[in-house]
Structures are given as C-alpha cells and as structure tokens.
Design a protein around this ligand. Structure first.
Ligand code: PGA
Length: 256
C-alpha cells in the first residue's frame, strides 16, 4: 500500500441535510474551517439534489472535492429516477461511492455494482468501493464474504485503472452504531484486502489502491483507528454532517 503521506477523508452525507440552504451552509463552514490549504484529500458527497449548489461553493479557494453517493452506469436513457456518472461529472463530481451497504439494501446487486465500478473508472472518476460484513463469526466466514464482494465488483477492472480505485471497508454492524472494530482488527482487514488484491493483480498494482475504514468514525476515535489501523483514511457518515467534528477527524489523520 502507499505510504501514509496523503490521507483521504470522504464525507458521506447520505440523505442529509434537510434543504439546499443547509447544504450550502455546511459546505461553507467546512471550507472555512479547513482554510485554503490542508493536508491530504477531502471529499464531500451530498445528495444529488444539492450537487450543483455545493459545487459552486467549492469552485474557488479550496481543495475539497465533490463526490456522489451512487450513480447509474449508463450515460443516458430510459432509467427513471437515475442519475448517470457522466451527468455528475458535468456538475463537478470527481469521486463516486459505489456499493455502500445502504444502497445494497435498496437493491443494488453485485452485478449492478460491478457495472458502476467499471463505468466510474471508465469516466476517469475515483471510485470508492464499499465492502463489509453484516456480522462477524468465529470461523472467519466474513473474510470470504469480503473477498467475494471484492472479486465480484472488480471483475471488469484492469490493472491500469487501479490508481483510481479506493476500497472502503465498512462493517455494517459498525455503521451508525457507535461501535467500531479495534484498530488491530482494522489493520488485519487491511492486510486481508491487500492480499486479495495482490492475488488478483500482483503486488505492484495492488499497492496503488487506497484503503479506507468507515463506520462510527468520530474526532475522538480517528487518531487511534487511523494510525493503529495503518489505513489511508476514512469514509465518514454521521460525523461529516458536523463541520467541527468532520474537520476534527481531518486534523487527527494529519497529526503524526
Ligand atoms: P457512520 O456511517 O459514520 O454514520 O457510521 C458511515 C457510512 O455509512 O459511510
């Protein structure tokens, strides 16, 4: 894996906040707190509806990038209720989260996720692929599940595209739960994912993929989970809706 010189923090706003004004206010607040220069990469992923307004706020004076929470793999067409990656790009989106457990729960299948990953990478976006188990068992079955999720989502991905791929390990039992794995468990999972990618692509290419952890990350546990887990950053849900918490997390990963 890459050295930990460029941490990546992605804020997943989910179906929040309640209106455009609030979304703009939150974006401005994060921008103000981070200032013009901050270490590493920061991404915020608002609901589709707020993308354009948030994009306007991010147009100048910040390195914060814009993300989306999912996308359709096709470009245009009879897909009621869908938004394509191409459309998102037109609004300034450079990162897309794919395969989040809450999208899988809404019916996005392994096959859909595979297509989304391929389409996002084809468009030149950075794809944040989420994997994670519902619960842990003592026989290590959850590890096979993670490997299956990876192999299925990356079926169509060539070595050449791996530099734009980020894997977010998000155990479902930790999301919004106030509970997290220990930093040692996160480190173990990092090694496991690294090994699976090495088996698929070889060591040199596997090292191009960044690995995030997501699930109940706060400014309080960020330092320990990041440094103890030796990961590249976080996918943050709830805490990304509070500018001071979110910036607190960013500060923690940039503290040696
Ligand atoms: P959480 O969500 O930080 O609120 O647990 C993480 C996520 O679902 O990406």
């Amino acid at each position: 894996m890459k050295p930990h010189t460029t941490p990546l923090i992605v804020g997943n706003w989910k179906m929040n906040p309640k209106n455009t004004e609030e979304a703009v206010r939150l974006t401005k607040e994060i921008k103000k707190r981070l200032g013009k220069v901050h270490e590493g990469a920061v991404v915020i992923a608002p609901p589709f509806l707020y993308t354009n307004e948030v994009s306007l706020v991010l147009q100048s004076g910040t390195k914060i990038q814009l993300g989306a929470q999912t996308m359709h793999h096709e470009v245009l067409g009879a897909k009621t209720g869908s938004v394509s990656g191409k459309m998102l790009q037109g609004s300034g989106v450079t990162y897309v989260i794919v395969g989040h457990s809450e999208r899988r729960k809404e019916g996005e299948s392994d096959e859909t996720i595979e297509k989304q990953v391929a389409a996002g990478l084809r468009l030149g976006m950075t794809v944040v692929l989420c994997v994670g188990e519902q619960s842990r068992d003592t026989h290590g079955q959850y590890l096979s599940l993670i490997e299956r999720q990876l192999r299925s989502a990356l079926r169509g991905v060539s070595k050449a595209k791996l530099g734009n791929l980020v894997i977010a390990y998000e155990p479902i039992w930790a999301i919004g739960a106030g509970a997290t794995p220990t930093s040692a468990e996160i480190h173990e999972m990092k090694l496991f994912i690294e090994k699976a990618l090495t088996d698929m692509y070889g060591r040199n290419y596997a090292q191009k993929v960044s690995l995030l952890y997501g699930g109940s990350v706060t400014s309080k546990n960020a330092y320990e989970l990041y440094h103890g887990g030796t990961i590249h950053g976080f996918l943050v849900g709830g805490a990304s809706l509070d500018a001071s918490e979110f910036c607190g997390i960013i500060q923690k990963v940039n503290t040696p």
